[in-house]
Design a protein around this ligand. Sequence first.
Ligand SMILES: C=C(O[C@@H]1C=C(C(=O)O)C=C[C@H]1O)C(=O)O
Length: 98
Amino acid sequence: MSDPVKLAQDVLSEHRESIDRLDAILIYTLGERFKHTQAVGKLKAEYDLPASDPNREEKQIARLEDLAKRADVDPEFATKFLKFIIQEVIKHHEHHKD
Ligand SMILES: C=C(O[C@@H]1C=C(C(=O)O)C=C[C@H]1O)C(=O)O
């Protein structure tokens, strides 16, 4: 194997290690977020509050769009990502009510 190819493979490995580390952070962060949202779900079920809160979501999306721009992340992607997570949370909340 020529040296430049070996060098490229080493660089690739380093990037992949960082990617794996960051993926783990994402999953653990999501786990922590779900713990809070599960607690919110229980409160909502106990006090008969609606599963979703569109006003709160609107504010979260605006905040995340701003964060995404600053973090060099496509704001449209960040919005889609947050909406996807929120949809899952709302499903959990609806289960709590059953
Ligand atoms: C967690 C809540 O419930 C829902 C889920 C949200 C979320 O995952 O961030 C936000 C608003 C609600 O639609 C909440 O009301 O705070």
